[in-house]
Design a protein around this ligand. Structure first.
Ligand code: ADE
Length: 232
């Protein structure tokens, strides 16, 4: 059935549409979380949601690779828009991810940088190309840009503008860069897809609650289409 593919989200809503499609489902409880193994269109998947934020995302991504033996990782979820080109329900793939809340500027370093790290971690080019091919085949619009990650739900126009300017970011969320750190350190090709749920402004909390489920489904459906095409 080929190499195992990790499909990760942060919240139940982000992975439920994927778990619903798994065949031969096996659930393993480990490290205070559930890991769903199964197959989809002849591919072996390990699916899990991490819980929100960089620390939980790091734990889950690491375990999917080190304990469950996944050789590639696809992340599916929702994000707040920074770019005014992005509207609720739009899909964006990360070409790179940075940590907007990582700050040792007191020592003369740029925002998002720590020694021996990098400000922006690139995602796998082949997976990005596959995503673009799938989008084209399905007639879907897929934006590409930098996604900024931090342990903050941003609902503030000033903070959003600062993140946009400082990192040249188009969208923001709370897990992507943590997954990027893990996967790049372990040499695992990875891909981060997000559908917009809000505009990270003063209405973000309300919009997030309103659009979480529909945008999460938009992202998950796209991931399933990609899995179908993987290895072809
Ligand atoms: N994920 C979706 N919307 C978000 C926001 N406004 N801030 C952080 N993460 C998000």
């Amino acid at each position: 059935m080929g190499q195992k593919i990790a499909v990760m989200g942060a919240m139940p809503e982000e992975i439920e549409p994927i778990i619903a499609k798994l065949e031969n489902l096996k659930v393993t409880e480990y490290a205070a979380n559930k890991y769903y193994e199964g197959s989809y269109r002849g591919k072996s998947l390990v699916v899990a949601y991490s819980k929100i934020g960089k620390v939980f995302a790091t734990l889950t991504a690491t375990l999917m690779i080190e304990r469950f033996g996944c050789k590639q990782l696809l992340f599916s979820g929702v994000a707040g828009a920074i770019s005014d080109q992005l509207k609720v329900g739009d899909l964006i793939i990360a070409d790179g991810l940075c940590q907007h809340d990582l700050d040792i500027t007191a020592f003369g370093h740029p925002y998002g940088y720590v020694p021996e790290g990098e400000v922006c971690i690139p995602t796998d080019k082949k997976l990005r190309e596959l995503a673009k091919r799938v989008a084209k085949e399905k007639g879907l619009i897929l934006k590409e840009g930098i996604i900024a990650t931090g342990d903050q739900f941003v609902a503030n126009a000033e903070r959003k503008a600062w993140i946009g300017e400082t990192f040249n970011a188009d969208a923001l969320e709370m897990e992507g860069a943590a997954v990027a750190v893990v996967c790049s350190a372990l040499n695992v090709p990875f891909f981060i897809l997000r559908a917009i749920s809000d505009a990270a402004d003063m209405d973000a909390g309300f919009d997030f609650d309103t659009f979480l489920e529909s945008s999460a489904k938009t992202s998950a459906d796209f991931i399933l289409s990609m899995v179908e095409e993987m290895g072809k």
